[in-house]
Design a protein around this ligand. Structure first.
Ligand SMILES: NC(=O)c1ccc[n+]([C@@H]2O[C@H](COP(=O)([O-])OP(=O)(O)OC[C@H]3O[C@@H](n4cnc5c(N)ncnc54)[C@H](OP(=O)(O)O)[C@@H]3O)[C@@H](O)[C@H]2O)c1
Length: 213
């Protein structure tokens, strides 16, 4: 599979690139900073160097799948870029057969059937991550309005630290928590879950979640 990874030099994106390469796929990291991507993925890495907003439909034609591992710095006040980038990507992929897999923050998940984002109060809104979480929640709502693109969403557990592949468990919309009360997925396990889904898609037009096993 030819897989374009938006944010391919980011924390999650680099793991997805490496997992795809290890499985014999043809990953291309779609990045805006070539030097940073080469420092992370190696000088031989396959890159498409463009800002997300400069991508055209023609740029995405070669890909069987696109992964959105883009992010916006916490506290930047520009969380809306999550939504803006997603709408741009969706526009480029309309009426194509490509799969578009988006990482959507855990605030859109549920605890005991209640959407976590809906439980946030004014104190939570002061957190540096809140702005991004808010627009990723909107991003997930937006995805659900769009049957003309083969989109899939995956939400991490509550914590999403950088770490290796060790095994993961998969769920649907309810936040996954282990026996000790921890809710965590490493970037390595997220990458494995994303590649498993792309190889055998079962969640087109829906969302799944993952946690470390
Ligand atoms: N628990 C949770 O729910 C949780 C926790 C953390 C992260 N997340 C989500 O996980 C996903 C990946 O996060 P991450 O931590 O891996 O992100 P990250 O390390 O910050 O990487 C994001 C990448 O996006 C790139 N990017 C941003 N704007 C761009 C643009 N206009 N054009 C091209 N590239 C652009 C950045 O490029 P530059 O390096 O050039 O800036 C960076 O490489 C995000 O959806 C994030 O919200 C969820």
């Amino acid at each position: 599979m030819k897989i374009g990874i938006l944010g391919g030099a980011g924390r999650a994106g680099a793991f997805i690139y490496q997992e795809a390469q290890a499985r014999g796929h043809e990953p291309v990291a779609i990045v805006r900073n070539e030097a940073k991507a080469k420092a992370k993925l190696g000088d031989e890495a396959h890159l498409l160097v463009k800002d997300t907003f400069d991508l055209t439909a023609a740029d995405l034609v070669p890909f069987d799948a696109i992964v959105d591992a883009l992010s916006v710095p916490w506290g930047s006040g520009k969380g809306y870029l999550h939504l803006d980038m997603a709408t741009h990507i969706m526009h480029l992929l309309r009426d194509t057969q490509a799969i578009a897999l988006f990482i959507i923050g855990s605030s859109s998940l549920e605890i005991n059937g209640q959407v976590i984002y809906h439980t946030f109060d004014a104190t939570t809104a002061q957190q540096p991550w809140f702005d991004g979480a808010r627009y990723q929640y909107f991003e997930y709502i937006y995805l659900q309005m769009n049957p003309e693109v083969n989109w899939i969403a995956v939400s991490p557990a509550m914590a999403f630290p950088t770490g290796p592949k060790t095994g993961y468990l998969r769920g649907k919309d309810e936040l996954l928590v282990d026996e000790a009360g921890n809710s965590q997925i490493s970037t390595g396990n997220m990458a494995a879950a994303i590649l498993d889904e792309l190889e055998q898609p079962s969640a087109i037009h829906s969302r799944f979640t993952v946690r470390d096993k």
